[in-house]
Design a protein around this ligand. Structure first.
Ligand code: HEM
Length: 321
């Protein structure tokens, strides 16, 4: 049996199911970044010292004289979520293959999810082998954010039609949005460097980024101000070109989330970086990424292909012939 006939045997998937799975991928990818940060800041990495069993002879946390239950459950919860991410990523790919008509962009975006999970497993293994060296932890977090971004593009693609893309704003405004996205990436990279230089980069022996945490935080905050400046400019540009209401609403959400995350960052810095706020800040970083990805996706519309026009009915004279 050929590959295409095998794929054609998959049950047809509705756009609503595809969209629900894509949203699940966004939640799972953002969630794993947050639970990963909880494992890191609480030092729970060895809460379950064996794999796949938590302790020899037990798949789940179990009373142990040396390892507290909370530490075990934090690490176990992170492992469970990893399983959810794998399942959701696989389901997204199957659903995209089952969508009729099959769309190349949707399938490519869905394929990225399982590939990204494999890449993260390899990177995660590398992080452990390299003794949690700071740049490997940064790469691990940043790849998570890229996967969150791409999962949001998958959400948008789930509702797209198979027609050609239609830009809803002029190229210059798209350029401004792309530049602001590049600046957001710089904010995320700088944020991971603040962590790498600070108290939450692992235990006392973990090799840290040799920069004063105050200087790293300053660069991180300065980049945020540049990002906010560009967002203000983008807001004026969207108004000037009378962008559709949906675009303006997503823009407003993005600005709100960025301001809230900036305030949270300032508060956590002023309070001496308490653990709980670090994990909330990672959640905030994922939400900013989601909001920015949603805005980007809404700048382009992909309508359904026009229905094929029916062939003209044969003339009466022809029928009689
Ligand atoms: C849109 C705004 C912001 C975004 C998207 C963002 C993103 C991030 C990210 C991704 C990290 C790395 C987290 C990790 O590796 O676990 C981070 C760390 C950090 N950020 Fe931000 N940040 C923002 C604003 C701010 C602001 C305004 C401050 C105030 C100075 C700040 C202070 C910090 C600090 C202190 C850390 C290190 C936390 C730790 O020790 O793990 N952030 N940020």
């Amino acid at each position: 049996m050929t590959r295409s006939t095998l794929l054609d045997r998959l049950p047809a998937v509705t756009p609503a199911v595809m969209r629900a799975l894509a949203i699940a991928a966004v939640v799972a990818q953002a969630g794993i970044a947050v639970t990963g940060s909880i494992v890191r800041v609480t030092g729970s990495g060895l809460g379950c010292p064996t794999w796949p069993e938590c302790f020899p002879g037990s798949l789940v946390p179990t009373p142990h004289p040396e390892v507290e239950p909370l530490t075990q459950w934090i690490e176990f919860g992170n492992r469970l979520l990893t399983g959810v991410v794998v399942l959701v990523a696989g389901a997204c790919l199957l659903a995209a293959l089952g969508t009729r008509p099959r769309r190349r962009r949707l399938t490519a975006l869905a394929l990225v999810q399982p590939l990204g999970v494999v890449a993260q497993a390899v990177i995660g293994g590398g992080v452990v082998l390299l003794g949690l060296v700071w740049w490997s932890v940064s790469v691990h977090l940043l790849v998570s954010m890229v996967l969150v971004w791409l999962a949001m593009q998958l959400v948008a693609a789930a509702s797209d039609g198979a027609g050609p893309p239609r830009r809803l704003v002029p190229g210059a405004v798209r350029g401004l949005a792309a530049t602001s996205t590049a600046l957001l990436a710089a904010v995320l990279v700088a944020g991971s460097f603040v962590t790498a230089a600070g108290p939450h980069a692992g235990d006392a022996q973990t090799p840290r980024l040799q920069v004063a945490v105050q200087s790293a935080a300053q660069v991180h905050a300065d980049l945020l101000f540049c990002y906010l400046g560009l967002l203000v400019g983008l807001g004026f540009a969207l108004r000037a070109v009378a962008a559709p209401g949906r675009v303006l609403r997503r823009y407003a959400v993005l600005v709100g989330v960025v301001v809230a995350q900036g305030l949270l960052g300032g508060i956590q810095y002023a309070l001496g970086i308490p653990e709980i706020l670090v994990s909330l800040h990672v959640l905030g970083a994922a939400l900013v990424t989601v909001a920015a990805a949603a805005l980007w996706a809404t700048l382009t519309e992909r309508p359904a292909l026009p229905a094929p026009t029916p062939a003209p009915a044969p003339a009466l004279a022809d029928r009689g012939a």
